[in-house]
Design a protein around this ligand. Structure first.
Ligand code: FES
Length: 208
């Protein structure tokens, strides 16, 4: 059912449907990945797709719109999350709008050389579009997060254990990769943004 809606929307917009990941983006001027989000594995897959195809636009759809899964999918880097029933119209809008590719909206935040060889917290930045953000290198990946959602404190001097950071102000703990709140007093997860490195620069993909 969803595949029919996806095929129809893609055909109307002149896209080619591939049911397996392409080996490279070379033949594509634009790649949209559409995936059903059923569980945590699908959420984790979003990040690997972002790593592999940084310019791709990720659409995730849910059979049952469960709020926690929906929010987790958005946090994990899906550019658009929708219900199964609305995937056709949503996709039609995305495919017909040339301004909606992730790459178009990516923001260059620093030169790769600026952070080469560094681990843990890399820098705090203030962006007009995103506000206060922080860059990290954790488990070999460059990550971007917002400030502590409890009282907007920078996590820069927080202790890092694996991928978990402890807020230096009141001790909230967050997973820097998923943004998941591991301990309060914060009631909220940490905002996370997709990142990639290309042409010697670090790019951040704002959430929609
Ligand atoms: S500001 Fe981070 S826990 Fe309070």
């Amino acid at each position: 059912m969803a595949l029919r809606a996806i095929s129809r929307a893609a055909q109307e917009a002149g896209f080619v449907i591939a049911t397996e990941a392409p080996s490279s983006l070379a033949p594509f001027t634009r790649l949209v990945i559409v995936a059903e989000v059923v569980n945590q594995d699908d959420i984790l897959a979003a990040r690997s797709w972002k790593d592999e195809f940084p310019s791709a636009y990720l659409v995730g759809f849910l059979e049952m719109p469960k709020q926690s899964l929906w929010l987790a999918a958005e946090r994990a880097g899906f550019d658009l999350v929708c219900s199964r029933g609305s995937v056709g119209p949503a996709l039609r809008k995305v495919l017909g709008d040339d301004t909606l590719t992730s790459t178009d909206r990516a923001i260059a935040v620093c030169n790769s050389a600026d952070i080469a060889g560094r681990l843990g917290h890399l820098m705090d930045l203030e962006l007009e579009s995103l506000g206060a953000i922080s860059l990290w290198r954790v488990e070999g990946r460059v990550l971007c997060t917002g400030r502590c959602p409890h009282q907007r404190v920078s996590l820069a001097s927080g202790e890092i254990d694996g991928s978990v950071v402890t807020c230096p102000a009141h001790g909230s703990r967050f997973d820097l990769i998923s943004g998941e709140r591991m301990r309060g007093p914060s009631d909220f997860d940490l905002a996370c943004y997709g990142t990639y490195e290309e042409n010697g620069r670090v790019w951040v993909l704002p959430k929609r």
